[in-house]
Design a protein around this ligand. Structure first.
Ligand code: NAP
Length: 311
């Protein structure tokens, strides 16, 4: 029987692991096959306090991991595949094992959203991607398109100017959602062109992407744009599939937290982007991980005290 199982290994999960380990709770972290969360897919993180010159995302996550391990957290690079929160102890399963735990901290984060249009899936890895830092270098001197109007889209577009001869941002409205500083940087960049009020209807080409079918939402006109790559940066979906039916979610799938980091299920706590539609920052996720571990510790103390008192 585990005292604490943490599912997820981004800033939220690994901060929870540091705090839980230092509280002698001997946490087991189910880190996922692709451990480290979204920062593993970024280049430079400029806004994580304590790193005045910035730090590479994967390097930052490696530090998080080493810090958690230093205090005894056990980290396994496996995915949780299902849970049963209707029984006590709580149950978490992976492909290979079934674990019992007094406490579960969910920190499974969120994943990039796709457009769900024809051609997108077929051409994934053949021009279509959600990760500029992973795939940008494949498109040197090519025409690259970025979909979206938020900070991620601006960040990707700016980053991709290092590789592409031209970067076109396609946004469905006529104003950006991105923060002013990011928007200004992208708008001022000569290599970036904006196409407004336009949606992408189809990714064209075989076996590799050669273009996009676009529709102007103002006049419904359709035309094809020749391009070599499409980077989709239209936000994220919380990773809550395995918790559906086990815990209260909001309509968008984010885990609800009626009281601090506690969920509607006693003994299950949550931290990070999986319950945060609003801030979605590494630093807020780390802060939430700290809070979840502290809440879990208090809960466990009360639980173990009452069990002792009962015998
Ligand atoms: P976001 O702010 O939700 O923006 C998503 C963008 O994609 C919006 O412009 C949205 O259009 C568009 N979009 C959504 N679904 C679409 C669809 N089906 N088809 C076409 N366009 C679609 O997501 P984000 O850019 O990933 O940012 C998430 C959070 O992380 C934000 O809080 C952001 O500030 C933060 N962030 C910060 C940085 C940084 O500071 N360096 C970098 C990245 C992200 P509408 O505008 O019409 O809704």
């Amino acid at each position: 029987m585990e005292r604490v199982i943490i599912i997820g290994s981004g800033p939220a999960g690994l901060t929870a692991a540091v705090y839980a380990a230092r509280a002698n709770l001997n946490p087991l972290v189910l880190a996922g096959g692709l451990y480290g969360g979204q920062l593993m897919l970024t280049t430079e993180v400029e806004n994580y306090p304590g790193f005045a010159e910035g730090i590479m995302g994967p390097e930052l996550m490696e530090e998080f991991r080493k810090q958690a391990e230093r205090f005894g957290a056990r980290i396994e690079n496996v995915d949780a595949t299902s849970v049963d929160f209707s029984t006590r102890p709580l149950i978490v399963r992976t492909a290979e094992a079934e674990y019992q735990a007094k406490i579960v901290i969910i920190a499974t984060g969120a994943s990039a959203r796709w457009l769900n249009i024809p051609g997108e899936e077929k051409l994934r890895g053949r021009g279509v991607s959600t990760c500029a830092t992973c795939d940008g270098a494949f498109f040197r001197d090519k025409h690259i398109v970025v979909a979206g109007g938020g900070d991620s889209a601006m960040e990707e577009a700016l980053f991709l100017t290092r590789f592409g001869r031209k970067v076109t941002v396609i946004h469905r409205r006529d104003s950006l959602r991105a923060s002013k500083i990011m928007a200004d940087r992208a708008l001022a960049n000569d290599k970036i062109e904006f196409v407004w009020n336009t949606v992408i209807e189809e990714v064209l080409g075989a076996p590799v992407m050669t273009g996009l079918r676009l529709r102007n939402v103002m006049d419904d006109s359709v035309h094809d744009l020749a391009a070599d790559a499409l980077f989709i940066a239209i936000g994220h979906t919380p990773n809550t599939e395995i918790f559906r039916g086990q815990i209260d979610l909001d309509p968008a799938g984010y885990i609800l937290t009626p009281d601090g980091t506690a969920t509607n299920v006693t003994g299950v706590f949550v931290a990070g982007d999986v319950s945060d539609l609003r801030y979605k920052q590494a630093i807020t996720a780390a802060g939430a991980g700290c809070k979840a571990a502290m809440d879990a510790e208090k809960y466990l103390e009360a639980l173990e005290f009452s069990m002792h008192a009962a015998v």
